[in-house]
Design a protein around this ligand. Sequence first.
Ligand code: ADP
Length: 341
Amino acid sequence: KERAIIANIPLNRLQAGNLAGAINTINPNYAFNNWDSSRLVELPRDRLTLIQSIGKGAFGEVYMGYLIFDEETPEIAVAVKTLSAMPAQSSERDFTLEAIIMSQFDHENIVKLIGVCFQSNPRYIILELLEGGDMQTFLRENRPKTNASSQLTLYDLMQLAHNVASGCQYLENRHFVHRDVAARNCLLTTKDVDRIAKIADFGMARDIYHNDYYRKGGSAVLPVKWMPPEAFLDGIFSSKTDVWSFGIVLWEIFSLGFSPYPGKSNQEVMHVVRGGIRLDAPEHCPPSAYSLMKNCWDPDPKLRPSFEDILKSLNEIISKNKELLYSQITVKTKNLHSRTL
Ligand code: ADP
């Protein structure tokens, strides 16, 4: 049977109301004060076929599956997040809120929510399938080897950075702070050259909304190494928090997936970052990209660039360094592979 992937279908066709047979009523139980639940599309469960598990989420298994969109269109590949059959009330609430948060967004660099099956168990959140997996794993898989350069060029890395920055700019314009922008939370449409990175995992924003951080163990679960001082010291979050995190993502991209501050505990990182210490430039990083990272890590949030500024800088780096960016990434130091992740 012919299978189609979601990329072949204009995403605007997948918006609320377009799906034949979709139940588009607002469930009054989804009332989360300022969140608009009207874009949550309840899909008929019998249009969905789950094929295989592709990951494990906080609520349960994540499956790859197919959704029959309408009679004329071939079925489309989707990712289905499941909530285990007998969920605690708080998990059910969090699962629903995650879907509501995702339903607010419509941008090519944000993972798209297609619909939900919430009217019976097991509950499903249905997302566009990103077949390339998470960006951190992808970067690690593409490190240069002693006898072979990386499959990726600096241009590919700049494209990934540009994709993530575009998604962040969209969130910034909507005054939405993601709070967990990190390579592990970005997914790729494909591993091939035409890959596009999209921001996923809105779990952190959801937990903050419920004050659940404190319930879940406070700073131990915070992504401290991606956070600016005003966030881990004073709990102040703004789009400039995401800008700092984006700087760390840039560093992750150009180091091909290294973990920032290897060997340091969260406590130590808070201490050194407060003292003004910053990550060194990754080995393959153009100086202009490192200088952008350092701007993102300004101790004063007001002095950090906006995502609009960041996109301008990335475009400038791309247009001014075409030759350099197409050069291959090779092993420069003999201990590249023995470094701690
Ligand atoms: P949670 O935030 O609930 O813990 P995630 O969103 O991180 O769960 O999902 C767990 C894993 O499932 C991810 O690491 C990824 O491998 C996979 N996954 C999640 N969403 C998608 C998607 N839209 N397309 C492809 N894989 C996905």
